[in-house]
Design a protein around this ligand. Sequence first.
Ligand code: NAP
Length: 233
Amino acid sequence: MKLKDKVALITGGGRGIGKAIALAYAREGAKLAICARTEAEIDGTVNEIQRLNVQGNGWTCDVSLEESVKNFVGNVVKKFGRVDVLVNNAGVMTRPIPITELEIKKWDYTIAVNLRGPFLVTQSVLPIMMKQKSGSIVNVSSMVGRGAYANFIAYATSKWGLEGFTQTLAAEARSSGIRVNSVEPGYVATKLTGYSGSKPESVTDVFVYLASDEAKGVTGKMLSSSAWKSQIK
Ligand code: NAP
């Protein structure tokens, strides 16, 4: 078991990639704290975690809202006393549309969830990891945050921003023993893509690796679920 007794906090763990990561971590012995806005989906993931005889708890939280994030992280600390792994996975995408037609409220919403969210959650979790002098933060990025894809201006900007956030935080947290990396999962069959693409369970290996002690010293990397083994050489 690669993650025995590690406490992992995963945002957006109610469905899709976040749920698949939570279950992969549970199979490796981690204890799970998940959040999302939809209670029924959180309950579904928590039930599946518990069926693996692993401790799992979930809370509703909107990662774009400061108070909501503070309450969530406070509850996680009360329950588990530590956080070893943070996966900033919660994310949203608006349908492809030219910049001239994008509603400002959609821009604001995308940036709030995909960029402000990881900032707020990380800012709450980091002091806990700093006290421990250890931790692994994994930010879920996208190919769209590493290349030029027309008509995705808000989503692309949020993910490019997340890559910058990852690099900057990796430099800032290195001396505290905290590793920070990003992963682009490829094209995955979830609600976000209308359920076309690879199965969510097929992209989780790199997330297990980055959470584990095997990845000691690995920080500031931009990895892909499909090619991470060659990228860490
Ligand atoms: P998904 O099935 O729609 O899942 C997104 C998860 O995030 C859900 O649990 C959702 O739950 C949660 N979420 C959304 N907004 C939230 C908020 N404000 N606060 C808390 N939780 C929130 O999509 P997915 O494909 O698994 O996406 C997961 C991550 O992978 C995202 O960051 C996405 O950008 C990234 N990604 C996906 C693909 C792909 O092909 N699927 C490719 C590249 C990157 P609620 O709606 O209940 O809150």
